[in-house]
Design a protein around this ligand. Structure first.
Ligand SMILES: [Zn+2]
Length: 335
């Protein structure tokens, strides 16, 4: 089902987008509408043609050519499901879309055992460990303990109902992932040349030696390291600012962190308030850590509703009328 999506002004200035041909660029925009809330969509030329180029006569081979352009870093093509359906994941989808109430995907996601998919996740995350904020080292030849090699971390662990869908996956150092304790380690798939995927599956099932179990136990006592740099980078990227890693910034982040807020919460606050205030010259100056991360406001910002008028899709008058209508519809429903 097609959905309303947002396109940031940066889209048109992006050098990577600029490398695409006109057709591929248009197809990419159409993909945003066709994708579900995970950024997944059907990836076959006939489907794309009939949805994106309804009134155009476009050669099959031309569609394939544009698809090829997009497969070069914009979408991740894969096959999944009983019928080996051809699908694709828009790699930076969640970086660009604010999804208020994400609907679970009805399409199967890429397999986490697929090393190319893991590579796409690392690239999406710019090779930054979301737990410590430092860079991961791809293909490093070291042993598992203390390794800076990357692994895939589940934000919400599988054991607590988390999924293998891309929005629940983050890049983390194997060592950082381990230090979070057993629960999360059970969920991780690591990437190190000394450790094949099968080994790591075996590890997940707890078939490994005693030495390592002990190591995990001692490390699990440590508190979560706060990824200040990653939160700052994400904030700067989301707000298009150049804030610095100051003591005040750390103080604010640390305070919210101790209240139980985590990285995705900081991201959501920045993203939502950017949509609300970004185009309003009186409010835009308040898009700064001191305002967004303050104790009395943070949770409110996190839970603020993004309306279509915030997104610039409809006027404020239309939004007011829609609100009135929605209230009316709800009253009728409850009557
Ligand atoms: Zn790390």
């Amino acid at each position: 089902m097609a959905r309303i999506r947002t396109i940031k002004p940066e889209f048109w200035e992006s050098e990577t987008i600029g490398t695409l041909s006109f057709g591929a660029r248009l197809l990419f925009l159409a993909c945003l509408n066709m994708a579900d809330d995970e950024g997944l969509l059907r990836w076959n030329p006939s489907y794309l043609q009939s949805n994106a180029f309804v009134y155009d006569e476009v050669e099959h081979s031309q569609i394939l050519e544009w698809m090829g352009e997009l497969e070069n870093g914009f979408v991740f093509p894969y096959q999944a499901g009983k019928t080996n359906q051809k699908l694709a994941w828009i790699i930076n989808f969640r970086n660009h879309q604010v999804i208020n109430r994400p609907q679970p995907s009805k399409l199967p996601g890429p397999s986490i055992q697929n090393s190319k998919f893991r590579d796409a996740i690392y690239e999406r995350d710019k090779n930054i460990c979301h737990l410590c904020g430092n860079e991961v080292v791809r293909h490093e030849r070291t042993n598992i303990s203390g390794s800076k090699a990357p692994s895939i971390d589940h934000i919400k662990p599988l054991s607590k109902g988390g999924s293998d869908y891309p929005s629940n996956l983050k890049t983390a150092h194997i060592s950082c992932n381990k230090s979070r304790g057993n629960d999360d380690m059970n969920d991780s798939v690591s990437d190190s040349v000394n450790e094949s995927v099968n080994d790591s599956v075996a590890e997940r099932k707890g078939k490994e030696g005693k030495g390592k179990e002990e190591e995990i136990k001692t490390l699990s006592g440590k508190p979560d390291p706060i990824p200040y740099q990653a939160i700052l980078d994400d904030m700067n990227a989301t707000l298009n600012r150049q804030f610095h890693l100051t003591g005040d910034f750390k103080k604010l982040v640390k305070a919210r962190w101790s209240e139980g807020f985590r990285e995705p919460d900081f991201h959501t606050v920045c993203e939502k308030m950017q949509i609300k205030w970004g185009r309003d010259p009186t409010m835009a100056p308040y898009l700064r850590p001191a305002t967004l991360f303050q104790a009395s406001k943070f949770d409110g910002y996190l839970n603020t509703e993004i309306t279509l008028s915030d997104k610039g899709v409809v006027s404020t008058t239309t939004q007011r009328n829609m609100d009135v209508f929605e209230r009316f519809a709800r009253e009728v429903e409850n009557a």
